[in-house]
Design a protein around this ligand. Structure first.
Ligand code: 5AD
Ligand code: SF4
Length: 401
């Protein structure tokens, strides 16, 4: 009987993409995917370590698995911290670095030649219309609060020719949306190809598809990237530019290497070159020592920039990071309060922005506009670009007939 596997993914789009490669390795040794975890012979968890709450979820799912009648073989991969690796190796059958994932077949007793670079594994895509394409992995930035450089290691860029060939294949099989992924896509480098050059090369690929990318570090978000975004018709007018804080002193403590003035200048340039571009950001509230006044600078930034969307995180100390040595002295109640204040500002600016779409025609793919706005449409044609007229707007969603 063919063995069945089930994958649980926590965290970001990169983890989803990594899980697609895990699935490919397993299908390569004739495992079959099941959506019912209780009947699986093998359960893989692709974990995230960015917040402790994400790590705790792994323990939660393990407890559940222990109660199953059929005990599956368990595998842990994804973003794992060294100190957690030791703990988890007592609880899982296999704990394996994502970069070593092609060795999973050997661990499961099948002697299949492993790929040197895990990004060269042809993935088993989870979507017909949208392809996650990792262009680089790891990070060299060491923002003081972040575990990613420890869990994922240093930056490695993928050869441009491999990226181009994966995209060509995805477009051939009918993909309409290409997501270029990396912890810091703006520092992509393969010989003479930097990120803007890569965008231009991808833009030249024949076919009708949109190019999106995440995530960008403001310090590396250059004029050249803005020009490429503006000139490449396939690149969508949407940008996630994580600012993390609106206060220069906090940014320094975060080791972010830009000031708010520089950040705002980049946004002004972007908006000038791409009118109507949609902008989202990531924020951390309650970083160690963040005073009310410093937080007020973040609130001011929100009012000034008028984001379309923001992902607001409450600071949580992470083992081994520089910020973990600082006292986590903003109470959870205060963090929640600050999160709420930012959400209220965001709700107003997002609604203001969304209302401007009413009566206008927008191009959509599934439940998103080209600008990455959520949209609810009655007669949706999955996987097809369609034009619809916007009839209503809420802070987090547009509606169309
Ligand atoms: N605490 C809270 N949020 C964090 N992030 C990263 N590390 C932490 C942390 N220690 C957030 C950042 C990042 C997003 C992916 O997660 O905002 O952009
Ligand atoms: Fe973490 Fe900073 Fe790297 Fe982003 S750029 S992954 S926040 S260290």
């Amino acid at each position: 009987m063919q063995k069945k596997y089930h994958i649980i993914v926590y965290g970001c789009q990169m983890n989803i993409s990594d899980s697609e490669r895990v699935a490919a390795v397993l299908e390569g040794i004739r495992y079959k995917q099941t959506s019912n975890i209780t009947e699986a012979d093998l359960v893989v968890i692709t974990m995230c370590s960015v917040r402790q709450s994400a790590v705790n979820r792994v323990y939660g799912i393990l407890e559940k698995i222990e109660k199953f009648k059929k005990k599956p073989v368990t595998v842990l991969t994804g973003c794992i911290l060294k100190k957690d690796k030791k703990k988890f190796s007592n609880l899982f059958n296999h704990v394996i670095d994502i970069k070593e994932i092609s060795n999973l077949s050997k661990l499961l007793g099948k002697n299949i030649k492993s790929k040197k670079d895990y990004l060269d594994i042809a993935p088993r895509y989870s979507s017909k219309f949208s392809a996650n394409i990792p262009i680089m992995t790891g990070c060299n930035n060491f923002c003081s609060y972040c575990v990613v450089p420890y869990a994922r290691g240093r930056e490695i860029s993928r050869p441009a020719k491999n990226i181009i060939s994966e995209i060509k294949n995805s477009v051939k099989r009918g993909c309409k949306e290409i997501w270029l992924l990396g912890q810091n896509v703006n520092s992509y480098k393969d010989k003479k190809t930097n990120f803007p050059k890569l965008l231009r090369q991808i833009n030249k690929i024949q076919g009708s598809f949109w190019i999106r990318f995440t995530s960008s570090h403001p310090k590396d978000f250059s004029d050249e990237v803005i020009s490429a975004m503006a000139e490449c018709k396939k690149v969508t007018p949407y940008l996630n530019l994580p600012v993390q804080s609106g206060d220069d002193q906090i940014l320094k403590l975060m080791n972010r290497h830009y000031t708010i003035k520089e950040y705002k200048n980049k946004i002004a340039k972007l908006r000038k070159k791409i009118p109507g571009v949609c902008l989202s950001t990531d924020i951390i509230v309650g970083f160690p020592g963040e005073t009310k006044k410093q937080f007020e600078n973040t609130a001011k930034l929100f009012r000034d920039v008028k984001y379309d969307m923001a992902y607001i995180n409450k600071y949580s100390p992470r083992h081994g990071t520089a910020a973990a040595k600082l006292k986590d002295n903003v109470s959870i109640i205060e963090k929640k309060k600050r999160e709420k204040i930012l959400n209220e500002i965001l709700k107003i600016t997002a609604l203001e922005k969304n209302k401007k779409y009413i009566g206008k025609e927008v191009e959509i793919l599934n439940d998103r506009t080209k600008e990455y706005k959520n949209i609810l449409v009655k007669n949706l044609k999955p996987g097809e670009f369609i034009k619809v007229k916007v009839t209503g707007a809420k802070p987090w969603r547009l509606t169309a007939n």
